[in-house]
Write a protein that binds this ligand. Structure first.
Ligand code: SF4
Length: 203
C-alpha cells in the first residue's frame, strides 16, 4: 500500500478534500481494496490524518478560483473527522462563495453518537449519500457496516434530517449494481424522505 499526504486533489472541476482513511464500512466494491488512488492521482492513503491547519495549508496552496465546488471525499468517510470537516467548511465559506459538498455513507450520526445534521447548517450546500439499496439485507451484505442491522435505518434517518439543514440532499445508487425493481424502490424511498435520487454511472 502506497501512502502519502494527498489532502486535496482535483476531480473534474472540483477540489476534493481527503480528511481521513477511517470508515465504519467495508464495502465489497470499495475502490480502496484494489487501488491506492482514484483518477490516477497521488495515493489517497494518508500517512497521518491531517489537522485543520494542514488542511487549511493544502487548500491555500491551490488557486480556489479554478474550482467550481469543494467536496469532502477521499479514501474514508469524511464524517469520521467531523471537527476538521466543520472547521474546513467554515474556512471555505470565509474564502469563497462556491458550493461545498460532502460525499458520505450516511452513517455520520452513528459514528459521532449524535445527530450531526444541525451542525451542517450554513456550512454545507450539498450532501450526497450512498444509498446502495432499498433493502437493508442487501445493503448490509454489500457494505458490511460495523454498526450492523441498525445502519440502513440510521442512514435513512440521517438523510431525512440532513434535508432540514442542507439545501441539496441526494441519495445515490450505482447503475447496473442493483435491479430496476430496487431502483424503483429507492426512488420511492427518497421521495418519502424528501431528498433527491440519482443513479450514478458505474466507473
Ligand atoms: S463507505 Fe466508501 S470508503 Fe467506506 S468502505 Fe464503502 S466505499 Fe469504501
Amino acid at each position: 500500500m502506497q501512502k502519502g499526504m494527498t489532502i486535496v486533489y482535483p476531480v473534474h472541476s472540483g477540489l476534493y478534500i481527503n480528511l481521513t482513511n477511517r470508515c465504519p464500512c467495508a464495502c465489497t466494491f470499495c475502490i480502496r481494496q484494489k487501488n491506492d488512488s482514484v483518477y490516477e492521482q497521488n495515493p489517497l492513503w494518508l500517512e497521518h490524518e491531517p489537522s485543520f491547519e494542514e488542511v487549511k495549508a493544502a487548500i491555500l496552496s491551490e488557486d480556489l478560483e479554478k474550482y467550481s465546488e469543494f467536496v469532502f471525499c477521499g479514501f474514508g468517510e469524511p464524517t469520521e473527522a467531523l471537527d476538521v470537516l466543520l472547521q474546513t467548511a467554515e474556512f471555505l465559506k470565509s474564502k469563497t462563495k462556491k458550493p461545498v459538498r460532502i460525499n458520505t455513507n450516511g452513517l455520520g450520526n452513528l459514528v459521532n453518537k449524535k445527530d450531526i445534521t444541525p451542525l451542517l447548517k450554513g456550512l454545507i450546500d450539498s450532501v450526497s449519500i450512498s444509498l446502495n439499496s432499498s433493502d437493508p439485507k442487501i445493503y448490509e451484505k454489500n457494505c458490511r457496516p460495523k454498526f450492523g442491522q441498525e445502519s440502513h435505518g440510521a442512514m435513512l434517518e440521517f438523510a431525512k434530517n440532513a434535508a432540514k439543514f442542507v439545501p441539496n440532499v441526494t441519495m445515490t445508487t450505482v447503475s447496473t449494481t442493483i435491479t430496476h425493481e430496487d431502483e424503483k424502490k429507492c426512488r420511492a424511498l427518497c421521495q418519502k424522505l424528501g431528498v433527491k435520487y440519482r443513479i450514478r454511472d458505474f466507473i
